[in-house]
Design a protein. Structure first.
Length: 341
């Protein structure tokens, strides 16, 4: 089989499921740690690489929280956001809906209007200087309960930054039932935001149904367990409700035992609109290009097949029709040129 890595690396791509703080690469963390020498995060690249080697999921959460602790000022927020876009540009990601959890920052004392100004400033600079178009999904950290839901909804609806397109729900699923968040999603949807909760990653297909029926989900974050319910797969396929699949993340969190057991094949076979994403890439030791390579292997795709995956993400995005046509056109032009070499 041909090595698809060089093709994938240059392929214009869109990413729909990737977290803001979770995208802080060792390079970015080292810059943030240097700004806050009192933190316990190492600044030396080698020590930092060790620091990012997780022994288990609890250790991952510990490291994640220590990175959250480095984001203390609006300038930290701006730096993180712009540098995440730089890492995206290097992978030829042209468009990303970045999941931001404003509650974690405002609760830690970053003034809310300054937070919005910082992400917007970074968004405009990323588009101008790096050619990466960013949009925001504000998500409720489910583990923080309804107080966080209320606060996230208020920030999304009342302070709505220009780049905000969607509303999400993350954190643990076990013990955090989706239906309780219905009033918050209702308000966000009424304000014109799209609904994109995480569901069916660590719990069964009922959680996906709850996300569809109660939270009116237009895409599902992960949705891994959907394959256990043929009626659900048929529903997703019929309504073109995309799954945001993040293969390596699913292994890291043990939602799936190993890559070869990943249900992406069943999803595609059922006709579901599957998109490939990286979730918290540096924390899971991956990036979007690696996730495309994994998907290509599992689905036995050639260049056209991989380009099709990239176009799925464009279709399932909340870009306007002109923006979708532009990136899809870039994908086709790149693929044609590659195959004509
Ligand atoms: Zn996620």
């Amino acid at each position: 089989m041909t090595d698809l890595h060089p093709f994938i690396a240059g392929l214009p791509k869109a990413e729909l499921h990737v977290h803001h703080v979770g995208s802080a690469s060792p390079r970015i963390v080292s810059e943030l740690a240097a700004r806050h020498p009192d933190s316990r995060v190492p600044t030396d690249p080698e020590a930092l690489a060790d620091y990012f080697t997780f022994t288990d999921f609890a250790h991952f959460i510990d490291v994640y929280l220590s990175v959250v602790d480095l984001i203390r000022t609006p300038e930290d927020v701006r730096l993180l956001t712009f540098e995440v876009a730089r890492d995206m540009a290097r992978q030829n990601i042209r468009y990303a809906e970045l999941t931001v959890t404003p509650f974690s920052s405002t609760r830690r004392g970053i003034e809310e209007k300054a937070f919005m100004a910082a992400i917007e400033d970074a968004r405009l600079a990323a588009e101008r200087e790096l050619g990466v178009v960013l949009r925001w999904c504000f998500d409720i950290p489910g583990e923080a309960g309804l107080e966080a839901a209320e606060e996230t909804t208020r920030l999304a609806v009342d302070l709505r930054p220009e780049g905000l397109v969607s509303f999400g729900l993350g954190g643990p699923e076990i013990g955090v039932a989706r239906p309780q968040f219905k009033p918050y999603f209702d308000r966000a949807i009424a304000a014109g935001l799209h609904s994109v909760p995480h569901a069916g990653e660590t719990t069964g297909p009922q959680t996906v149904w709850d996300a569809l029926r109660e939270l009116r989900a237009e895409r599902i974050g992960h949705g891994t367990s959907s394959v256990r319910d043929p009626a659900l797969l048929a529903h997703l396929a019929e309504h073109r409700i995309a799954l945001e699949v993040c293969p390596t993340s699913n292994i890291a969190t043990r939602a799936v035992t190993d890559l070869d057991a990943h249900p992406i094949r069943e999803m595609v076979a059922a006709g579901v609109l599957v998109t490939v994403n990286s979730d918290d890439p540096p924390m899971f030791g991956t990036d979007l290009n690696s996730e495309y390579a994994v998907a290509a292997r599992l689905l036995e795709l050639d260049e056209r097949g991989v380009a099709g995956l990239a176009k799925n993400a464009v279709e399932a995005s909340f870009l306007d029709p002109a923006g979708k046509a532009r990136i899809s056109g870039e994908i086709d032009a790149y693929t044609d040129a590659w195959l004509a070499r």
